[in-house]
Design a protein around this ligand. Structure first.
Ligand code: ATP
Ligand code: MG
Length: 663
């Protein structure tokens, strides 16, 4: 054990080691992306286990996605820890509820509603005579999720939303009525949504002393990754798990809070030391993931954030060798952008970068379509993460149906083998087909076998029916199993992960930041953090691109994201005047100029704000002063009156090519 211990500690720096070897009790690691927070908690678990402070079975580690949980289990196994639980909050709660259910509710099992949730919300709306369409239904479902995650019941809903000035999809009293009806219908049909899994778990522990005693005897050491995105509901579950104890290790980065739209808040992370005055608090600043070039860009993205809470103003210091500068690229339209990304990926593959080390990240899942197409055309294998796509594929749906049918027969022998046997009838041949659609189908089926292997490795005695339940839960939670290929994922799904090469695409106004964040400072800041999360996923190679039009040959009316301001090197071709400069309509506005960038103002919104809607409203004084002095200085050099002088990049363009444009 001594050399295992030495090996564990040798893989850490001094601050990480302090967190790993802190005595049992509260520990908090506050640190930026790539500093080794996740590494620190896996090593801490291994250290406590090897030291004999806890047994693996007494450890409960929670993370945010099924993939992250799987990765943590893999890392733990590699450190010689077998049988520790690493799960999402929901998976942990589901497992506990299954066990406690007969005691706290009764013998009858309830089912998960998630697949038919929208229909239920629709019925609820109909019942209370609230008119809706498809989009409003989705908003209502999201709103009910937010309320439950925020521990806000139907009666408190109107007051709670008024207090935080929350935009509600319908008037608050109507939402509350739908929410009430939804809960009634759901409970009557004996259904549970994801929020209920957590609520029932907390309630079981809070209200049943025997359940709590048994649970607390079983689990003694709690670890939470990505704690900056904990919701009040999850915190309540965590508190119920802990009881009076304080054996809790949390790690997080307030700059990576990206779920506040869903009720999450970094406050418990930032106030951890106040809540547990004896806590060991560790800060990490060395970034082990990314090259100094990537770290530099990430620092600039987050450095521009407003209102960063104390405790989140850490600067990352890159530890790796130099790498290529981040690459910026502008395209006329999205298909051209996607084709260029596919070409660049092909180059990386040819240079020996494995496909599994490449990711294309976007803001909304709908963006994946054009990349799926471009990659298919280029013959590059890919997988879509965090999307329902995997479970929506016809071959997967058929396979799950076949597995379900097989599960009703008595369950026999090794789980992965039984799954393989069922899937053989669905086209899972021993050797993969050469390529094309047949190969893709085969890969999907193989992924189901891999999932069975994962389950068999983590859950003793897992049988076919348990496996089918897991598949259904994942289909609901939209976590596809792993297959090899270039990853296509939303920025939200990419949290905590890393790749050698990362493509951040679709960086235009209206997409990142997303349209509905416009005008809402807090929402804009969350969008900025999303870009920070995305950029910090890259180890070596980072690409940022945008397209001025959606479809090929379409009108080029889009503008690149405001967050790129200050990131694009000034000598880059993309840092040229924007379309607005060439827009004859500008003259109508009497040549009023943006107080930030100096460009002509176009459109009513810009005139009202006195700046381009895409220009930051929070340029710091220093930058503004620099801009102004550049402007007058360059104006002198160019012998033009100061009002024709725009941004520095624009100036270069004017000086080089087109003095007549400025008349
Ligand atoms: P995020 O905020 O994105 O979740 P994180 O802080 O959890 O990041 P990790 O994923 O734990 O960071 O670590 C980032 C990378 O740096 C990993 O590849 C990890 O193995 C490596 N790493 C962490 N600590 C060290 C170290 N002391 N020496 C060498 N490599 C390290
Ligand atoms: Mg992490």
């Amino acid at each position: 054990p001594v050399d295992i211990e030495q090996r564990l500690l040798a893989a850490l720096d001094a601050e990480q080691r302090a967190a790993v070897t802190a005595p049992r009790g509260p520990v908090c690691v506050l640190a930026g992306a790539g500093t080794g927070k996740t590494r620190t908690i896996t090593h801490r678990i291994a250290y406590l286990v090897h030291r004999g402070h806890v047994s693996p079975g007494q450890v409960l580690a929670v993370t945010f996605t099924a993939r992250a949980a799987g990765e943590m289990r893999t890392r733990l196994r590699a450190l010689g820890v077998h049988g520790a639980q690493a799960r999402t909050f929901h998976a942990a709660a589901l497992r506990q509820l299954r066990y406690f259910w007969p005691r706290v509710v009764g013998d009858e099992p309830w089912e998960l509603v998630e697949g038919s949730k929208l229909r239920l919300v629709g019925q609820a709306a109909h019942r209370v005579r609230v008119a809706t369409d498809g989009e409003t239904l989705r908003d209502l479902a999201g709103e009910i999720e937010w309320a439950k995650a925020s521990l806000v019941g139907p009666d408190a809903y109107a007051a709670a939303t008024a207090k935080v000035h929350r935009d509600t999809p319908l008037p608050a009293d109507q939402v509350a009525q739908v929410y009430t009806a939804y809960e009634e219908l759901k409970n009557k049909a004996r259904l549970l949504d994801f929020g209920d899994l957590l609520l029932h778990t907390a309630a079981a522990l809070e209200q049943h002393a025997d359940v709590a005693a048994e649970f607390r005897d079983r689990y003694r050491c709690f670890v939470v990754d990505e704690y900056q995105d904990v919701t009040p509901l999850q915190q309540r579950v965590l508190d119920a798990w802990l009881g009076e104890r304080d054996d809790l290790t949390v790690v997080g980065d307030a700059n990576q809070t990206i779920y506040s739209f869903a009720g999450a808040s970094p406050r418990p992370l930032l106030e951890f030391a106040r809540r547990f005055p004896g806590a060991a608090v560790v800060r990490l600043e060395r970034d082990y993931r990314s090259t100094p070039q990537v770290v530099g860009l990430a620092n600039r993205v987050i450095g521009a954030a407003r209102d960063r809470p104390a405790g989140s103003r850490l600067r990352l210091v890159g530890q790796r060798a130099d790498g290529p500068e981040p690459q910026f690229a502008e395209f006329d339209d999205e298909p051209a952008e996607a084709a260029a990304v596919a070409r660049r990926i092909r180059e990386l593959l040819d240079a020996g970068v494995p496909a599994s080390q490449i990711a294309v990240l976007f803001r909304v899942n709908a963006q994946s379509e054009v990349y799926e197409q471009a990659l298919s055309e280029a013959g590059i294998p890919y997988l879509v993460r965090g999307g329902e796509r995997f479970f929506a594929r016809p071959e997967v749906r058929q396979a799950v149906a076949a597995l379900r049918a097989a599960a009703s027969a008595p369950p026999e022998g090794d789980l992965p083998e039984s799954v393989r046997a069922v899937l053989a009838g669905q086209g899972l041949t021993a050797e993969p087909p050469a390529g094309g659609a047949a190969r893709e189908r085969w890969e999907s089926l193989l992924a189901l076998v891999e999932l069975a292997e994962e389950l068999a490795g983590t859950l003793d005695g897992a049988d076919l029916s348990r496996y089918v339940a897991e598949l259904e839960m994942r289909a609901d939670a939209q976590h596809p199993p792993t297959v090899e290929g270039v990853t296509l994922a939303s920025l939200h799904a990419a949290k905590g992960l890393e790749w050698d090469a990362v493509f951040l695409v679709g960086l235009v106004e209206g997409t990142l930041p997303i349209q509905h964040a416009d005008g809402d400072d807090a929402a804009i800041e969350e969008e900025r953090r999303l870009l920070y999360v995305g950029a910090t996923r890259a180890r070596v190679y980072l690409w940022l691109s945008w397209a001025l039009s959606r479809s090929a040959g379409g009108r080029r009316h889009r503008r690149r994201s405001r967050f790129l301001y200050g990131l694009i090197p000034e000598d880059h071709p993309a840092a040229r005047p924007t379309a607005r400069l060439r827009d004859g309509g500008a003259a109508k506005n009497g040549n009023r100029r943006c107080w930030v960038c100096g460009d002509q103002l176009v459109g009513a919104a810009a005139l009202k704000l006195d700046r381009c809607p895409s220009c930051p409203s929070d340029v710091d004084e220093e930058l503004l002063a620099r801009l102004k002095s550049w402007r007058s200085e360059r104006a002198r050099q160019l012998k033009v009156p100061p009002y024709v002088v725009f941004t520095d990049a624009t100036l270069v363009a004017i000086a080089e090519r087109r003095p007549s444009d400025t008349s």
